[in-house]
Design a protein around this ligand. Structure first.
Ligand code: FAQ
Length: 320
């Protein structure tokens, strides 16, 4: 079959909602886009543990500590499912990790902001996990099978993350004047960076059109961002708090909330490595990687010994 025919057959499968599986023929660009997106997603989960990990030892009660620990562990698990999904496309895990640690690979801009107070844990759960989940619900229907299935599991855990974040802010919002102020301050600082998580405007997005055609993405960056604004603009009322945007207003004609312009210069600056915490995040990942070298060496030695043992058992069984 010619490449042209293979491509046509591939697109027919996508159009008919048949999932693409690891051994299926796929255009090289489809493979590359998926490796790029899935590995960036995995890196985001891994780096995403750092801002919250910062608060595990300072959580205000045993209950809050246990919840935060469980959440951070979930993020580690998400990273691992996603690296495994990228491996099914031929990407080597060592290369992906090296690209993250060297600063070559991207991860979500959101994790380059600092977590200054306890209320940031609530704001991350509500806003950051809230943004992540909208995106990941869409990705449960992405065309690449292993990525879609990884997202189904991720979403189940993310919905708990979002609810615990909202509940934590709800408690603060009903607390002392100081707690209320801390809650509002965290919302003010995390709102705009959360909107940036959805990526550049559609008119600036380099991958949107092709990824929508291949059903890697089912909704564009702007569509998901609007869905997020509409959801949060209502939920914030339950907290008795406000969002830091004077242009936020219900538009009856569009049946959506209008909102102000994102600071795109800040977004690209963070994506290029110059955000408030980029250097700190990469230094933490590199330190963890170096300190974990003995664990990886031990795991490889154990795997080699196990293989040798099962080979010996097999040989003695065959000789008997
Ligand atoms: N930050 O052409 P597009 C989480 C890059 S998980 C940094 O529109 P695309 C869980 C983009 O890569 C959060 N870079 O790109 C959690 C591209 O660069 P390249 C992560 C960004 O891929 C919660 C360039 O800009 N979720 O939070 C960002 O079609 C709490 C042009 O952009 C995912 O990764 C950004 N925000 O659409 C953990 C979901 N946005 O490589 C701990 C999967 C864009 O061409 C605590 N990813 N860029 O040079 C996606 O759905 C997509 O990749 C988008 C971007 C929607 C993020």
């Amino acid at each position: 079959m010619s490449v042209h025919e293979l491509e046509a057959q591939f697109q027919r499968k996508i159009d008919a909602e048949v999932k693409i599986e690891p051994r299926d023929w796929m255009p090289e660009a489809y493979r590359k886009t998926n490796i790029r997106q899935i590995s960036q997603h995995a890196h985001s989960e891994i780096v995403g543990m750092l801002p919250e990990g910062n608060w595990i030892t300072r959580a205000p009660s045993l209950k809050r500590k246990a919840i935060l620990l469980a959440k951070v562990q979930d993020e580690a698990g998400h990273g691992l499912y996603l690296y495994s999904a990228a491996e099914t496309l031929g990407a080597a895990r060592e290369t992906m990790i090296d690209d993250l640690n060297s600063g070559k690979a991207k991860y979500s801009s959101i994790f380059n902001y600092p977590t200054l107070t306890w209320a940031d844990m609530g704001a991350i759960g509500w806003l950051v996990d809230g943004a992540a989940i909208l995106n990941q619900v869409m990705l449960c229907r992405t065309s690449y099978g292993p990525y879609a299935r990884a997202n189904v599991r991720i979403c189940k855990e993310e919905s708990f993350h979002q609810r615990q974040g909202f509940e934590s802010l709800l408690v603060l919002s009903k607390g002392s004047a100081e707690q209320k102020a801390m809650c509002q301050d965290a919302i003010d600082r995390w709102w705009w960076p959360s909107l940036m998580m959805f990526g550049p405007k559609d008119s600036e997005s380099t991958n949107n059109d092709q990824s929508i055609h291949w059903k890697i993405k089912r909704k564009t960056n702007d569509e998901l961002r609007q869905q997020f604004v509409d959801m949060i603009a209502e939920q914030v009322k339950l907290l008795g708090m406000t969002l830091p945007d004077q242009h936020l207003k219900w538009n009856a004609e569009r049946q959506h909330f209008d909102f102000g312009e994102i600071n795109w210069e800040e977004f690209w600056n963070v994506v290029k490595g110059n955000g408030p915490c980029n250097k700190q995040r990469l230094a933490a990942r590199n330190k963890a990687h170096d300190e974990g070298a003995w664990v990886r060496a031990a795991a490889v030695a154990y795997a080699e010994k196990s293989n040798e043992r099962s080979q010996n058992n097999h040989n003695s069984w065959a000789a008997a």
